[in-house]
Design a protein around this ligand. Structure first.
Ligand code: ADP
Length: 599
């Protein structure tokens, strides 16, 4: 049996062992706690960061979906608007066309008034529809520029013609002028450029009660191949308050409700103009002072046509330093005449009233260098153009001076007969470059002028003499109302017209009759306009080329390309604009004459 001491030793030994074990366990516990503590924190961070990332992902996904949905909705809205406007334009063709024809018949006073109201309302409706169509096409990204060669100078003249009546009705001086230093033979989208300028000028006329509205184009910078033209449309109208300037180019923005009531409009014009200018690579700006007037301006970069472009028709005569006196109380008219005549080598002097004119003319005559020509305005304070003209013709020292009268569009009977007695020629305001040139050539009588070496210009009037009755046109259109409208327009112009109701009939008709031109609707049953054109071009190989002009209510991006690709020469959008139709017909039928003359 073990003794007590041994047992006590063994107990002490066991205690020692247990204490050691406890320490080890404690150390292990500490390590585990530490490790649990540290792994617990990083896990929480890890877990949190994953949650966070997932949340971001989810939110981004939701945002993207919402953005895509919003964009799709906006696109759908724009496409819907574009499609609707297009659908509405088709019957508008019938309304406008037929009312125009109705107005050409003999009507009682009341009937005429009713028909005119229909036409004015239809025109107003069409312009709103066109605005909406343009706006939605731009928004849906479906508007493309059509880049072609054009004459900017003629375009500015056309705008003058188009808006002069409106301005004159309000008694405003109206000017649309491209500085003579600018090269007018350029490449760009004339339709869209004209749209912006007309838009701005229409606003300028609308918001101006007295004074001037001017469209001014000048060179901002130039290289051998390109020219940057700055266009400014200015008015002396009601102006725009500063607070409204920032939002002016937003859609559906009008300065205030009372203005809206007084002047009407959709508030889309400036938004469209801004978008179109940006599409053409420029930006639009405005500066305005309330009750003083506004300036809207933009610059666009246009490619120049090559020097040997067939569109460049050089001027034929050299006025070699003929001396001319300008008499007009309106400074802007004198500015234009000075710039324009100066570019044709005239030596100009100017005065602002009849009294000064007579005085200066007598001085120059006395000095032995009398004026060859005097251009005088009809309406001037003090001595009127009429009295001044008479005084010049009655003065033996001055009566050899040629006289050109500047008058407004509407000439009274009295003024007309006076014009023939006293004046060599009469120019209607606004002054247009081509009209001015032709008038000067007439007044100086060609034999008095030096011929330049350049080729002869064929003026439109000369070609207008070609009897158009000899031209035969084929109209392919399935809609019976539209067919009638187009037929009547063409017959009124004096053309012989046959009509067919689908593309197949057009192909067959052309096999037996050599039409001079075909107007071809795009959408037709049996065979559409594109297919018919392809077929005609295929069969045409041994015949002469027949110009085909598409008639389309679509006017959407890619339509022009599709027409041209199918072999068409051009297109006209519906409702058919009489003036545009005549222009296109003239263009293609004239080409026909020239080709035949050369051949
Ligand atoms: P609309 O003329 O159809 O109302 P716009 O977008 O062309 O639409 O013009 C928006 C607004 O800007 C006009 O309603 C008018 O308040 C103001 N505005 C535009 N041009 C002029 C101007 N030349 N003079 C004064 N206000 C102008």
């Amino acid at each position: 049996m073990p003794d007590v001491k041994t047992l006590l030793d063994e107990v002490a030994q066991l205690r020692l062992e247990r204490e050691k074990q406890n320490k080890v366990v404690q150390a292990l516990k500490d390590r585990v706690r530490k490790s649990v503590q540290s792994s617990g924190t990083s896990y929480a961070i890890f877990e949190n960061s994953i949650l966070f990332q997932n949340e971001i992902k989810r939110q981004t996904q939701e945002l993207n979906q919402a953005k895509e949905a919003a964009e799709a909705a906006s696109r759908a809205k724009s496409e819907f608007l574009a499609a609707m406007s297009h659908e509405i334009r088709t019957p508008m063709n019938g309304i406008i066309g037929m009312t125009g024809l109705l107005l050409d018949t003999s009507l009682s006073k009341d009937q005429k008034e009713y028909a005119e109201t229909v036409r004015n309302s239809a025109d107003a409706l069409l312009s709103i529809i066109n605005d909406i169509l343009d706006f939605s096409k731009i928004e849906a990204g479906k508007l493309d520029l059509e880049i072609i060669d054009f004459n900017l100078r003629s375009m500015m003249d056309e705008i003058a013609d188009m808006l002069a009546f409106k301005a004159e009705d309000k008694g405003l001086t109206f000017v649309s002028f491209l500085h003579p230093a600018a090269d007018g033979f350029v490449r760009g989208d004339p339709g869209r450029l004209r749209q912006v300028l007309v838009n701005l000028a229409n606003n300028a006329i609308k918001f101006t009660e007295a004074g001037e509205v001017t469209i001014w184009g000048e060179v901002e910078s130039e290289t051998e191949t390109n020219t940057v033209i700055r266009f400014t449309v200015s008015d002396t109208g009601i102006g725009i308050p500063e607070r409204a300037l920032n939002n002016l180019f937003r859609s559906f923005t009008q300065v205030d409700a009372s203005t809206t009531r007084k002047y009407g409009g959709t508030g889309l014009g400036l938004a469209i103009s801004k978008q179109l200018v940006e599409l053409m690579g420029g930006s639009i700006h405005v500066k305005s002072i309330e009750s003083r007037g506004s300036d809207f301006w933009f610059s666009i970069n246009l490619e120049k046509q090559s020097p040997d472009s067939p569109h460049r028709k050089n001027l034929q005569f050299d006025f070699s330093y003929k001396r001319v006196l300008l008499v007009d109380d309106t400074k802007i008219n004198r500015d234009i005449l000075r710039l324009q005549l100066g570019s044709w080598k005239f030596k100009t002097e100017e005065v602002s009233c009849g009294e000064e004119a007579l005085e200066l003319m007598r001085i120059r005559a006395h000095e032995g260098r009398p004026f060859d020509l005097c251009i005088l305005d009809m309406q001037m304070p003090g001595i009127t153009g009429e009295t001044l003209g008479k005084a010049i013709k009655d003065d033996p020292q001055l009566h050899n001076t040629r006289l050109i009268l500047l008058s407004s569009m509407v000439l009274s009977e009295e003024a007309r007969s006076l014009r023939e007695q006293i004046f060599d020629s009469c120019l209607t305001k606004p002054i247009k470059q081509k009209q001015l040139y032709d008038c000067l050539v007439g007044v100086f009588n060609k034999s008095n002028l030096d011929m330049l070496d350049e080729p002869r210009i064929v003026h439109e009037e000369e070609l207008a003499g070609t009897p158009i009755k000899t031209f035969r046109i084929l109209l392919a259109e399935d809609n019976i109302v539209n067919q009638k409208v187009a037929m009547k327009m063409l017959e009124k112009f004096g053309y012989r017209v046959d009509s067919v109701a689908n593309g197949l009939e057009a192909v067959i008709a052309l096999r037996s009759i050599p039409y001079d031109l075909i107007l071809m609707d795009m959408q037709m049953p049996e065979m559409d306009g594109l297919e018919a054109t392809r077929q005609i071009r295929l069969e045409e190989k041994d015949r002469k080329h027949t110009p085909i002009v598409a008639l389309t209510a679509n006017a959407m991006k890619g339509d022009r390309e599709r027409c041209i690709k199918a072999g068409m020469d051009d297109y006209l959008s519906k409702p058919i604009d009489r003036v545009l139709l005549k222009e296109k017909l003239d263009q293609y039928l004239k080409q026909n004459i020239q080709v035949e003359e050369v051949a």
